[in-house]
Design a protein around this ligand. Structure first.
Ligand SMILES: Cc1cc2nc3c(=O)[nH]c(=O)nc-3n(C[C@H](O)[C@H](O)[C@H](O)COP(=O)(O)OP(=O)(O)OC[C@H]3O[C@@H](n4cnc5c(N)ncnc54)[C@H](O)[C@@H]3O)c2cc1C
Length: 458
């Protein structure tokens, strides 16, 4: 059963005569554990129609570059094959998502789509719903507890969202039943992009080449499953104690796969919850990150229209940063120096290089990295924009609600006021000495150096 709270009609139009039910896939780019897809399959069976899956590739996705496209296309290629095994054709069109969806609605009896929380993703869905001429239904599949069910307003912090999520967890943490459609759509459409050779397609697309593809993380549901199994087997048992240690890498690496919808957060949560390796608070610690913290970011982007700027911060944080904007900085760097990882701070430089080389910086270093950008750039506004830009350019999981909430956290979002100090005002400060006290930072730098060596040997 798909919980009614996941389902929302986006227009008042009716089901019309058509050849298929269209699942316009955008956020949840997967064939497994996808509530929107399963909803479409059920509607198709009720109407006696097959399900066609449509996906539009825009070459100008906001802040997207070759690194992101490579990961996405690897995932789509696999999704196409997995959908075909279930009797559904994936039609991939080289066209902006709204145009692709509308081009395919002409023959659709109705349209089902998934959910995205960023402003432009919401606008895309509104436009399709306005112009489709048939019923358009949105089905939430990228939050464990649908955001409005947990809370109808912007939450102040994890501590205020946590009890609201917990109230609904039993209701929503249930496996999704999967059935294949009674009628297949495999030969319905011609002209789908050939996804077989990702490298060739990447060369042909007119993309921003600002960051090149990475080799450590490959896109696709099978890779996501592999990392997840590996994490549960080897690291979950130490997660609570070691997740913050940058040298240990005791993390799941789920974020790029979650960002592209190649794995479902529900599937990850259920797998971790039932793992025997996860006693001693490890499961709780992991689910806190995956559900409470991640869904706090969704809450932020849904309810705060200014999630991508300093204006999204709470009043106290904006005020204190403004009051200290003119403070003398201990070091100042421009964007280029930061991007080239040429600061005086070896830990920060290692973090920046980690992100550039493999497309994913360790979580704890992300906090330190963002705090230092605030400390070293001439003013908080410039610092915010620089942190977001670098994050979104180089991180495989960048351009996500978590990206906006993560950067904003460094500037005081979802946090409380601390004792006042220069530059930061009452915003929480982090120091190199703190890192050195807690972790073996030389070992972290050696790990990053290893990434550099691997790249040069390739
Ligand atoms: C400055 C800054 C920028 C960030 N940018 C991004 C980003 O672009 N994309 C992104 O997905 N996350 C971002 N985060 C949040 C967090 O760092 C990553 O989600 C985490 O490092 C992902 O690695 P993992 O999947 O191996 O984590 P794990 O520790 O294995 O966690 C599992 C999952 O829990 C969620 N999670 C973990 N930590 C957080 C957190 N602090 N906030 C919200 N959700 C969390 C993620 O979905 C993650 O995949 C940022 C944090 C900061 C401080």
């Amino acid at each position: 059963m798909i919980h009614g709270a996941r389902v929302k009609a986006l227009n008042d139009a009716k089901t019309v005569r058509g050849r298929y039910v269209l699942y316009w896939m955008q956020q949840s780019q997967r064939a497994c554990c996808n509530h929107a897809l399963e909803f479409a399959v059920r509607r198709g069976d009720e109407l006696g129609l097959p399900v066609l899956v449509g996906f539009g590739i825009t070459q100008r996705y906001p802040e997207g570059n070759e690194r992101h496209y490579a990961f996405m296309l690897e995932g789509l290629r696999e999704t196409e094959a997995r959908l075909a095994e279930r009797g559904m054709q994936l039609v991939t069109m080289l066209s902006p998502p709204v145009q692709a969806a509308l081009a395919l609605t002409g023959d659709a009896a109705e349209v089902v789509t998934d959910r995205g929380y960023l402003g432009f993703q919401r606008r895309w869905r509104r436009r399709v719903a306005q112009r489709a001429g048939c019923r358009v239904t949105r089905v939430e599949s990228d939050a464990v507890v649908p955001v409005e069910t947990a809370s109808g307003k912007e939450e102040y912090a994890a501590r205020t969202l946590r009890p609201r999520i917990q109230d609904h967890l039993d209701e929503f943490m249930v496996p999704l039943e999967q059935t294949s459609p009674r009628r297949d759509s495999l030969q319905m459409c011609s002209g789908s992009l050939n996804l077989a050779r990702v490298a060739v397609l990447l060369d042909e697309l007119r993309l921003n080449r600002g960051a090149s593809p990475v080799s450590l993380f490959r896109g696709g549901a099978a890779e996501a499953d592999r990392w997840l199994a590996d994490f549960i087997r080897n690291d979950l048992g130490h997660y609570a104690e070691r997740r913050s240690d940058p040298a240990a890498e005791c993390v799941s690496h789920m974020s790029p796969y979650l960002h592209f919808g190649q794995i479902s957060p529900l599937k990850v949560a259920l797998a971790v919850d039932s793992a025997t390796s996860g006693s001693n608070g490890n499961v709780e610690a992991y689910l806190e990150e995956l559900i409470v913290r991640r869904e706090l970011s969704l809450n932020y982007c849904l309810y705060n229209a200014q999630y991508d700027s300093l204006a999204g911060l709470p009043h106290w944080a904006r005020t204190t940063l403004e009051e200290h904007a003119g403070d003398r900085r201990p070091h100042t760097y421009d964007l280029q120096t930061l991007e080239r990882a040429e600061t005086h701070d070896p830990w920060w430089n290692a973090a920046q290089r980690e992100m550039m080389l493999r497309g994913k910086m360790h979580n704890y270093m992300r906090m330190y990295w963002g705090k230092k950008i605030l400390e070293w750039m001439p003013d908080p506004d410039e610092a915010f924009r620089a942190a977001l830009m670098l994050n979104n350019r180089y991180e495989l999981d960048g351009r996500d609600p978590n990206s906006f909430a993560g950067v904003a956290w460094c500037f005081g979002k979802h946090d409380r006021a601390w004792s006042e100090r220069p530059v930061f005002g009452k915003v929480r400060y982090m120091s190199a000495a703190g890192l050195e006290r807690k972790f073996d930072m030389e070992s972290y730098v050696r790990r990053v150096d290893g990434l550099d060596r691997d790249r040069q040997e390739q």
